[in-house]
Write a protein of this length. Structure first.
Length: 688
């Protein structure tokens, strides 16, 4: 690693022969205050990661070659409507500029490497990540993009945003940022790419040979340089800076004390595109209007009073832990062991339903961290028209003593029917919100044990005052179909001939394109269920997706060869499938040129739908395992095959523990456990 003195000398030598950075890039005009955009209907948007491990917080990143130049993303209006694709500029260092402050996150919601060997570079102002190819003006150069690599903010981890990181390196002495995605030899030696200073005033990716970096590839994090160093970074907090998050700050703080004053009265929203949340008068309840308090800290209770922390439908409300208060409606819950949204008849699974809001605790329904529990419409569909989802079911012993304390093992991710190690349970977390952590039922730690008390186990309660007036029960008049119209609630085929699909005009990327270079195992083929051969994959309702026609739900409708939305290509090699041996396939709509993605259903992101091939919304992605399915090139397509998901696979897609595309009774395809090469009839699909 270069010493700082050596780097400064090298910098002077380089500057004497390189084209100078334009002086207008170094001037600082009055900086516009950044206000995060409200989350859209298709994702949470960028949020502060309170769970993250940070190697640096709100630190400037300055060039060792030109120490008065810092990374700067202040010109957020240069990005798209979500403030993705903001170019990473190089401007005169100014510690007062919020757009020059970055966090290095070595572990968190969008960085799944636990050993600290890779880092994200996250704007402390905008909560978006430096992505290797997200400059709106030149997509081969770095810029800001939603962490996790999905435009709406609901991605997980992408190597496009990870950089190799040495935890023992001196940040103030200068480090390099080798890109993980296209690395060779685990990021060591020639053939790698690093973030580099460029004379045009914007960051660039150039060849490098870590651990040796040129001055232009060396970055001083947090201090040093010719200019006055920035002040020491503030201590890491669980609350984001007030100037960046005006409305979400309170939900990120550790809210263990009760809210000041009386909580706002909840009024059910008027449903616009579905029934919305409703009281289930048919349900069997093990508890009604009960508090759920922690056995580890009995003065803390489940609390969803901060319903405005959710989306416009009041879905995704974080599940907080606050001081128990029987007068607070947001602390009252029903345990429903059978009902409209719980189809298990033996009471072995329960829903935990807000008695106030009629929505269910979902294992990943926290708007600020989609790996944590929060409220979501019962049944798992945002508009309230879902049936049953394992994301909202918890294993339950009907004979257990609720007042003595029980656990809530999550059904969706269960092993061995929810018994023993390898399971996940609702758990008290020190940050004031419930989390999902490993457990071994029927043995629970105090933090995983919950006392259900204070309610009734008999008749359902009278309708609360927050129940909508009778007029709300009348369905609203359907809107005229437009590109922004909400998806219909019906799972049946639309009456008449499906609307003709026209490819949208791309505005920030190539958009979906026909891949003329691809190798196809099937072309314009129907994919029908072996369990019900008159049902086929159908994506005709493309208007149910977003404005780019991404996130179109994968429906199951009556087979009709005349319908273009039922025609698909199986691509075993191509621009978006880099496996050369034909062992993995994409399932591509022959009509829309987009790919079936394991979690691309706009209404339930745990279920399949169409998304731009390559996994990037604008169509400029390469290959993603979210869209690849294991494939046997010698199998008989007309005899029926399965589609095991590559991303979540174990043992290369063979045996128990895998997930496959599966026929579901609600009229949409789901992901369900499978054990390839053995498939149930509901997991077997006839192609052709």
């Amino acid at each position: 690693m270069f010493s700082l003195a050596t780097l400064c000398i090298a910098a002077l030598a380089w500057q004497s022969q390189a084209a100078p950075i334009q002086s207008d890039l170094l001037r600082r005009a009055g900086e516009e205050t950044f206000v995060p955009p409200p989350p859209g209907r298709d994702g949470p948007g960028p949020t502060f990661d309170a769970t993250a491990t940070r190697a640096a917080t709100a630190a400037q990143i300055r060039s060792a070659a030109s120490p008065n130049i810092c990374l700067d993303v202040s010109n957020f209006r240069a990005g798209d409507f979500r403030f993705n694709l903001v170019p990473v500029a190089l401007k005169a260092c100014d510690s007062n500029v919020a757009g020059q402050k970055f966090d290095l996150i070595t572990k968190g919601a969008h960085n799944n490497v636990p050993d600290g060997s890779r880092t994200l570079i996250v704007s402390s102002q905008q909560f978006t990540c430096v992505d290797r190819r997200s400059n709106i003006n030149d997509r081969s150069r770095p810029g800001l993009f939603a962490c996790g690599g999905r435009a709406a903010g609901d991605g997980e981890t992408t190597a496009d945003q990870q950089y190799f990181f040495n935890r023992t390196a001196s940040l103030s002495g200068g480090i390099g940022f080798p890109i993980v995605n296209n690395a060779v030899n685990n990021g060591v030696g020639p053939g790698n790419q690093c973030l580099s200073l460029n004379a045009d005033g914007f960051l660039i990716n150039t060849p490098c040979a870590p651990p040796f970096f040129t001055p232009q590839q060396t970055w001083i994090v947090g201090a040093g340089g010719a200019a006055a160093p920035p002040p020491p970074p503030p201590p890491v907090k669980t609350t984001p800076p007030v100037t960046a998050v005006p409305s979400v700050t309170a939900t990120n703080a550790a809210p263990t004390p009760p809210a000041a004053g009386t909580p706002e009265k909840f009024v059910l929203p008027v449903p616009a595109d579905g029934p919305g949340p409703t009281f289930d008068a048919t349900a069997t309840r093990a508890a009604t209007g009960a508090q759920i308090k922690s056995a580890a800290s009995p003065n803390l209770c489940f609390d969803v009073s901060d319903f405005r922390a959710g989306d416009f439908r009041f879905n995704l409300v974080p599940l907080a832990l606050r001081k128990c208060d029987r007068s607070v409606d947001g602390q009252k819950f029903d345990l429903i062991t059978k009902g409209q949204h719980n189809n298990v008849k033996d009471a072995s699974r329960t829903l935990i339903v807000s008695s106030q809001q009629f929505t269910c605790i979902d294992r990943r329904g926290n708007k600020n961290d989609r790996n944590r529990p929060g409220l979501f419409a019962c049944g798992g569909r945002a508009a309230g028209d879902g049936e049953t989802t394992a994301d909202q079911q918890f294993f339950f012993n009907p004979t257990a003593n609720l007042a003595g304390g029980i656990g809530f093992p999550v059904t969706n991710t269960a092993v061995n029917n929810g018994v023993g190690p390898g399971n996940t349970c609702l758990t008290l977390s020190v940050d004031g919100f419930v989390s999902n952590t490993p457990c071994s039922p029927p043995f629970f730690t105090p933090e995983q044990t919950w006392i259900v008390s204070g309610g009734s186990a008999s008749a359902p309660p009278p309708a609360p005052v927050s129940k909508p007036p009778p007029a709300v029960s009348t369905p609203p008049t359907p809107a005229n179909p437009t590109a922004t119209a909400p998806p219909p609630a019906s799972t049946s085929a639309a009456a008449g001939t499906p609307e003709k699909f026209v490819l949208p005009v791309p505005n920030d990327g190539p958009g979906p394109l026909f891949d003329a270079t691809a190798t196809r195992a099937a072309t314009k083929a129907q994919i029908r269920s072996k369990a019900n051969p008159d049902l086929c994959f159908d994506v005709s309702n493309f208007r149910a997706g977003d404005f780019r026609f991404n996130l179109v739900p994968l429906a199951l409708k009556k087979c009709d060869k005349a319908i273009d939305g039922q025609k698909f290509d199986l691509i075993t090699k191509g621009a978006h499938n880099n496996v050369a041996d034909g062992s993995r396939t994409l399932i591509v709509s022959s009509q829309q040129f987009t790919c079936i993605d394991r979690r691309g259903n706009k209404n339930n992101r745990n279920r399949p739908g169409l998304f731009a091939c390559g996994g990037r919304a604008a169509g400029d992605g390469e290959t993603t395992a979210d869209q690849q399915f294991f494939f046997n090139p010698s199998a008989s397509l007309s005899g029926g095959i399965g589609f095991p998901v590559v991303n979540t696979s174990v043992n290369k897609g063979v045996g128990a523990g895998n997930t496959c595309l599966t026929l579901n009774a609600d009229g949409f395809v789901s992901n369900a456990p499978c054990a390839p090469p053995f498939f149930t009839p509901e997991q077997t699909w006839i192609v052709g």
